[in-house]
Design a binder for this molecule. Structure first.
Ligand code: BG6
Length: 473
């Protein structure tokens, strides 16, 4: 039986906007999503999982089911409603209460400073492309470090890449721009610089905690052995993984990575991103001080050569087989026969998790530790008829998924990767940015109209693993 190390932390993940609800309460400022979602009219971020009012109930459940640590994010606009300037004391107070509840339940909070919820005022001024936003983000981070000394694990930014790509390439995040690879690369570089400045500032403040960044990392494989497909995989890897591993964990961009990036931009007639010597010095300094990297890995990708126009169709409904991803200058996603997928077309491929962990271990030796900060499976789940508060929701597919992926992590640890913890996405069912409420990931089921919580079988499985550190059959 595969085992995890004794001090390996078992956790559950969340993000403020996806769980808190209460988007208009206690002086919270607007974020880029509020008007955008209202205009779309597909689903509302309120009340999400109503965590703003029910955090203690969720932490009670978490403690009972062996969750030792949770990822939460601070909603920047609860603290600075305008992104900068005046502080909202009710927002500050809420997070103190949340962290006190964590302490009461013996749960360690890993706190993300930015999880896709840029304050609207700063979004309107250019978002990650504006210097004003970057400076305001650094100021907000320093404020949090001083205000919340009870937090010992900080994450600067959640998934700079997926934020930028969805904002300006696929157009699935506000403002919904499509095909602008140049803007995405610039925004990603800027996020890495902001993250580096924050890591360097945190280390100077000498607060005794740990700090890292979280990346969305999916291993990319060629569809076939042809040189063209291999090259398409290299381009996709540079676009989605390698540039960010280089920038945040090596502190410099490998020339080969940059030439792949340039090839993508040239093919799309778009300019290369800009960087200054000062910014590169910040990246270098941060890469030598970062305490950990967070890996969000759910699926892997297979690429084949493609010469046509970009075409992206997002499967946001769970209608299997509806997603399309063909990127001009990169390639086309095409899964080989026999690869299992979810209803949202995400591949289930635990070897991809093993491979990304070993890659970080082998190629980015500066980073001392790795946490798997998100992994899990989105499923269509419903409350059985006649359910009572004791009803346990059966989710065999999730247990099977967790078993396979956590075994892949255990194998990577056996092979030398310093993986220190695992956070299931998600702790409780929550609001999904582009899928609403039908894609459930939680260990705990949330009945969205009533907000009642129900335990899933995967939570029982998780508890056993957390207590024994042996991966249950
Ligand atoms: C991660 C994000 O990329 O994936 C989460 O950090 C997100 O915020 C999760 O919810 C799952 O994605 P989705 O689209 O299925 O909700």
């Amino acid at each position: 039986m595969l085992k995890l190390p004794k001090d390996f932390l078992m956790g559950g993940a969340s993000a403020a906007y996806q769980v808190e609800g209460a988007t208009k309460e206690d002086g919270k400022g607007k974020v880029l999503w509020d008007d955008y979602l209202e205009k779309q009219g597909r689903f509302s971020p309120d009340p999400a999982a109503d965590f703003y009012h029910r955090y203690d109930e969720d932490l009670t459940l978490a403690e009972k089911y062996g969750v030792q640590t949770i990822r939460v994010s601070i909603a920047w606009s609860r603290i600075f409603p305008e992104g900068t300037g005046k502080v909202e004391p009710r927002g500050v107070e809420y997070y103190h209460k949340l962290f006190a509840s964590c302490a009461k339940h013996h749960i360690i909070p890993f706190v993300t400073l930015h999880h896709f919820d840029t304050p609207l005022t700063l979004h309107d001024k250019g978002d990650w492309l504006s210097q004003e936003m970057l400076d305001a983000f650094v100021d907000y981070a320093k404020f949090c470090f001083k205000e919340f000394p009870e937090v010992k694990y900080w994450i600067t930014i959640n998934e700079p890449t997926s934020m930028a790509i969805q904002q300006t390439v696929s157009g699935t995040f506000p403002p919904g721009t499509k095909g602008r690879f140049d803007l995405a690369f610039q925004a990603e570089h800027n996020q890495m610089v902001a993250s580096a400045r924050i890591i360097n500032a945190y280390k100077e403040m000498n607060l005794g905690g740990q700090i890292g960044i979280v990346h969305a990392l999916q291993t990319v494989y060629p569809y076939s052995d042809s040189p063209e497909d291999k090259h398409a995989a290299d381009l996709m890897d540079a676009f989605e993984d390698r540039l960010y591993l280089d920038g945040t964990l090596a502190g410099k961009y490998n020339p080969e990575t940059l030439s792949l990036v340039k090839e993508i931009l040239d093919a799309n007639n778009q300019p290369m991103f800009k960087s200054t010597d000062e910014e590169m010095a910040q990246l270098d300094k941060a890469a030598h001080q970062i305490d950990f990297v967070g890996v969000n890995n759910y699926f892997s990708k297979w690429m084949r050569a493609y010469k046509g126009e970009s075409e992206m169709v997002h499967n946001g409904t769970g209608a299997k087989g509806t997603s399309v991803s063909r990127l001009h200058g990169i390639g086309e996603e095409k899964k080989p026969d026999g690869i299992e997928t979810t209803d949202w077309d995400w591949s289930i491929y635990p070897k991809g998790m093993y491979d990304i962990l070993m890659r970080i271990h082998n190629e980015y030796p500066l980073v001392p530790a790795i946490y798997v900060t998100e992994n899990g499976i989105g499923l269509k789940e419903s409350l059985p008829e006649g359910a009572t508060s004791d009803t346990i929701i059966d989710d065999p597919k999730r247990i099977d998924y967790l078993k396979k992926y956590i075994s892949a992590i255990a194998k990577a640890i056996n092979d030398g990767a310093n993986v220190k913890g695992y956070f299931i996405w998600s702790l409780q069912d929550q609001f999904s940015w582009t899928n609403g409420y039908s894609k459930r990931y939680g260990l705990f089921f949330v009945d969205f109209p009533t907000q009642k919580r129900y335990v899933k079988k995967s939570a029982l499985w998780f508890k056993k693993l957390s207590e024994t550190h042996e991966i249950p059959e």
